[in-house]
Design a protein around this ligand. Structure first.
Ligand code: ZN
Length: 286
């Protein structure tokens, strides 16, 4: 009956094996080989044929972008943080990074993420449920992207503002098994802090609970403090009837408000131009 009947892959037309095929939302099937054309960071079975067809075209463009803009670079032009099979490869000169994982390794296309698509990032930990005395079973960096769809393929209403990633809303990079020897994840996060203008955190010793506040929260708190300072200066200048002081305080307030807006809505916007230039070089001069 149905369960054991032969199914055909809707992309290549070949028979899709029972154990390796996946059923799509529109009841079509995708075979294991065609799934290799999709991103390692989406789940194909959450989507339908038409959606994946567009996605596979997107991935081909990603691969050509990588071939033209990243493949020719030597190691000094990349900043790689890898632990085991997982890691991140920053290419600051084009405002993009690559996420390394065993699943990504098996894919047909290389893929890059733009810095200006990042909505937020934080160090995450997974509590250890076994009784071996370790507090965490996994720790690493979680990166959230502004994206119109969430990890389950549903419409994501929380993605307003700034540059969006068309497919990926969240990636976890599991750098460490526990946080006692955490170095790789915290070094990678330190580089991200630098990129996105966040206060640096100590990487000495184990990862402390202070790592867990999200970067947006930290940046907003900082911008909030600056606003309060400027408001204080404005009040002081007004009391002293100091017009120059008032103008200065007003412009400080405006800068603090701009920082807050950037922290909230437009993280990484300063990398838009160099990422746009790289895409233009790769895709428009064929
Ligand atoms: Zn196929």
């Amino acid at each position: 009956m149905g369960l054991f009947s032969k199914k055909t892959c809707c992309f290549c037309g070949k028979e899709a094996g029972l154990l390796s095929r996946k059923k799509l939302h529109d009841k079509n099937y995708i075979c294991k080989d065609c799934e290799k054309n999709c991103s390692a960071y989406i789940e194909a079975s959450n989507f339908d044929k038409e959606f994946l067809q567009n996605h596979i075209e997107y991935m081909k463009k990603q691969n050509s972008l990588y071939e033209k803009e990243v493949a020719p670079l030597d190691n000094s032009q990349k900043e790689r943080y890898v632990s085991g099979w997982n890691g991140i490869n920053f290419i600051d000169s084009i405002g993009m990074f690559e996420v390394l994982s065993p699943k990504y390794d098996k894919k047909n296309a290389k893929e890059l993420f733009r810095y200006d698509q990042v909505q937020d990032f934080e160090y995450y930990t997974v509590a250890n449920s076994s009784q071996d005395g370790k507090k965490y079973s996994e720790a690493g960096i979680e990166i959230k992207f502004r994206c119109p769809i969430d990890e389950n393929g549903w419409k994501n209403n929380d993605s307003e503002g700034g540059r969006q990633h068309p497919y990926v809303s969240k990636i976890r990079i599991p750098f460490e098994k526990n946080t006692d020897d955490a170095t790789c994840g915290s070094l990678a996060k330190a580089h991200m802090n630098k990129l996105f203008g966040r206060a640096s955190e100590s990487v000495a010793g184990s990862i402390k609970e202070s790592f867990t506040g999200t970067g947006t929260q930290q940046a907003q708190a900082k911008a909030g403090i600056e606003s309060l300072k400027s408001l204080g200066n404005l009040a002081k200048a007004a009391i002293q009837n100091d017009s120059e002081g008032m103008e200065n305080a007003k412009s400080e307030l405006k800068n603090a408000a701009t920082d807050m807006m950037n922290a909230t809505f437009n993280y990484g916007a300063k990398y838009t131009q160099i990422a746009d230039d790289a895409e233009k070089r790769a895709w428009e001069n064929n």
